[in-house]
Design a protein around this ligand. Structure first.
Ligand SMILES: Cc1ncc(COP(=O)(O)O)c(C=O)c1O
Length: 298
């Protein structure tokens, strides 16, 4: 029997989410239509939004559905960057090393095409952000458009000091986005408690379908939209909304997630026993339950 272990890349869809998805696919109606078919689709959509919001300790109005983590990150980073150029030129984007490609390639694109200056904050050997360096980068933040960082590193599992990063950025008057794709479903993620301006998540990492994610966007946060059209979702992300995917995402977001720490620790102990020179990467304490990342010298 094949065993699927690569849950960091994508998770199997949960049976409950699959059932909600397939049932909802049979529903006809555009959630923006005012007739009864449209309103039925709207109920599915909004129930999904409410469940996703609850799982992130956010308000449903703050949840903007997207096609996944990559789009959410693009919308947050490009959208905030552009919104912050309107009254004054602010080219700098402050970002730790070791980010996911969705962030790395987005800021590189802004550098090549929009005159952004990417200011990389170093990480230590465990993947922890150097907070002293971050503070120094923000000492004069008059030219900083935004700070963006990974809530949890998707490869080594190190969890960022979220509140401290937000505190430093806000003290400097700079908005903050976090890529919480690898943290979501593994460690508690509270948008309200974090103080973040924006946060990205993806359904397929928590047992939901591929092709839907969310950008949680605080009420005071402003982003320039990437997609223009019918003005859906606070004008931030136009396009007919995907009610079946939202319904399935909501179900996956409501499900309890298995605590796999004991399994991970057993795997780590087994690898260490078999290969004593193996080096476990990432923070030894502040780490996600699902990641066990080794390097094997030689
Ligand atoms: C940390 C992190 N950010 C962003 C993404 C991209 O998300 P999506 O696959 O939903 O576009 C991933 C997916 O691997 C990820 O692990």
């Amino acid at each position: 029997m094949p065993v699927y272990l690569d849950h960091a890349a994508t998770t199997p869809i949960l049976p409950e989410a699959l059932a909600a998805f397939t049932a909802a696919l049979g529903t006809v109606g555009n959630p923006s239509s005012i007739h009864s078919a449209g309103q039925r689709a709207k109920m599915l959509l909004e129930d999904g939004r409410a469940a996703v919001a609850a799982s992130l300790d956010a308000d449903p109005v703050e949840v903007v559905f997207t096609s996944g983590g990559t789009e959410s990150i693009n919308l947050a980073v490009k959208g905030m960057f552009w919104a912050r150029q309107q009254d004054r030129r602010r080219p700098r984007i402050v970002v730790p090393g070791g980010e996911h490609h969705a962030t790395v390639d987005t800021v590189a694109w802004l550098e090549q095409h929009e005159g952004a200056v990417v200011d990389v904050v170093p990480l230590d050997a465990q993947g922890r952000v150097d907070l002293t360096a971050l503070e120094a980068r923000l000492a004069d933040a008059s030219d900083v458009a935004l700070v963006t960082f990974l809530w949890a590193n998707n490869e080594v599992g190190t969890i960022a000091p979220v509140s401290r990063i937000v505190e430093l950025a806000h003290a400097a008057g700079v908005p903050v986005h976090s890529d919480a794709v690898a943290a979501y479903g593994q460690v508690p993620v509270s948008f309200a408690a974090s103080g973040l301006d924006a946060l990205s998540v993806s359904a397929h990492k928590i047992g939901g379908p591929v092709g839907i994610g969310a950008l949680v966007l605080g009420r005071r946060a402003t982003v320039e939209p990437l997609i223009h059209g019918g003005g859906q979702q606070r004008q931030v992300r136009s396009g007919t909304q995907d009610a079946p995917a939202a319904a399935a995402f909501g179900v996956a977001a409501s499900m309890p997630h298995a605590d796999v720490r004991a399994l991970r620790d057993r795997l780590v102990a087994g690898v260490r026993a078999a290969v004593p020179t193996a080096v476990l990467m990432g923070d030894p304490v502040d780490r996600t339950p699902r990641q066990a990342h080794f390097t094997f010298p030689g």
